[in-house]
Design a protein around this ligand. Structure first.
Ligand code: NDP
Length: 337
């Protein structure tokens, strides 16, 4: 098996030279190990933070070590109780085409009931996994969004954002989504968003104000932040009293680390804005059953759908990852091994 290794720490936007594809050592399995063949790899913006040598909520990638991340694989050999050859598993041994997986890679057998409905296995890397779970927890638990709320979500054509749009519509909220470019905005609209803002065509605040006016809404009750920067500032500018901001991500600053000036931050006081950053794993396990039941139902009814942008072959993994920062994905960015 082969795996992508981090060979140097990126300064700013990573380049292909930060990564190298190398062989993994092979060995007979020990107790509590699986041998897997990976089918799908996830690339996610949070992995950029793991490339820095800085303390965060996930451990840094080590230089000259294989990188990790979400993956769907098929078990080919098992010395772990509860796993048999042929099982499809979700695990953290991504950025590789397969190899040995131990308990440290959190293997999880995909539920037979879900697969029996015809659900594609890679759904557990998006709507039934990290990105869908993040959308669901952030919108419903962190922002406590309710029917009738006006919700603004940035990166709305991405994996998390597109799930937020659809969950909010299924809960009878008004939704404004922002995305870069006409094609993405049209897709966000087709998911049910009441209005869209093309942030590449005009300033976010101008687009958001116009969208609110067209919907006859005085301001936003909820902001689901995936981007930070100008988007977050526009949310401060347009927030209704007691608005809730779920701070999920700030991809606009992942590569330079310096948020831009917030001209409207002071509105947090008169509008009594509650702002909460969150990490999906903090809450996922305690609400997993409720999430699977609710999201599974929304997917089965067609209320929540997913578009995938797929790169083929392990070799393409760094390109897929880098594409997240230039918006090359619509829906979830994936690698098919
Ligand atoms: P996406 O599928 O949304 O992909 C990233 C998208 O971000 C791109 O397609 C691009 O869309 C947009 N983007 C990139 N750079 C910029 C920029 N400078 N300004 C505005 N938009 C930009 O990724 P995910 O759905 O996986 O993640 C979305 C966010 O959620 C990220 O910030 C991520 O870190 C965060 N996250 C947080 C988690 C948590 O537990 N807190 C868990 C999972 C994700 P466009 O073409 O529209 O610009």
């Amino acid at each position: 098996a082969k795996a992508w290794h981090l060979v140097s720490r990126p300064q700013g936007l990573p380049t292909i030279d930060n990564f190298a594809l190398r062989d993994l050592p092979d060995a007979p399995l020990d107790h509590n190990q699986l041998r897997v063949r990976n089918r799908w790899l996830s690339v996610d913006p949070y992995m950029r933070g793991r490339m820095n040598d800085a303390k965060s909520y996930t451990a840094s990638f080590q230089i000259d070590q294989p990188m990790t991340g979400g993956a769907i694989g098929e078990v080919v050999e098992s010395r772990m109780e509860g796993f048999a050859p042929g099982d499809l598993i979700l695990h953290m041994g991504g950025w590789r085409d397969g190899g040995i997986i131990g308990l440290d890679m959190s293997p999880f057998k995909l539920p037979d009931e879900a697969l029996a409905t015809g659900m594609a296995p890679q759904t557990f890397l998006h709507n039934m996994g990290l990105t869908g779970g993040t959308a669901w927890i952030g919108l419903l638990r962190i922002a406590a969004a309710r029917p009738g709320d006006t919700v603004f979500v940035s990166a709305a054509a991405g994996a998390v954002g597109s799930a937020v749009v659809q969950i909010a519509k299924a809960r009878e909220m008004a939704v404004i989504g922002s995305a870069g470019g006409a094609e993405k905005c049209a897709w966000v609209k087709s998911l049910g968003a009441d209005a869209v803002v093309d942030y590449k065509a005009r300033p976010v605040l101008a687009g958001l104000s116009e969208a609110l006016e067209s919907l006859g809404k005085p301001g936003i009750d909820v902001y689901f932040d995936n981007v930070g920067g100008e988007h977050l500032d526009a949310a401060f500018a347009t927030a209704n009293d007691f608005a809730r901001f779920a701070i999920c991500g700030m991809i606009d600053v992942y590569n330079d680390g310096h948020p831009q000036e917030m001209k409207y931050l002071i509105r947090a006081i008169p509008a009594r804005i509650r702002m909460e950053g969150f990490i999906y794993t903090d809450q996922f396990f305690e609400c997993m059953e409720e999430f699977y039941a609710d999201m599974g139902g929304l997917i089965a009814s067609g209320a929540v759908t997913m578009r995938e942008t797929v790169h083929d072959g392990l070799e393409a993994t760094p390109d897929a990852f880098l594409g997240l920062f230039s918006g090359q994905n619509i829906g979830k960015m994936l690698v098919r091994v």
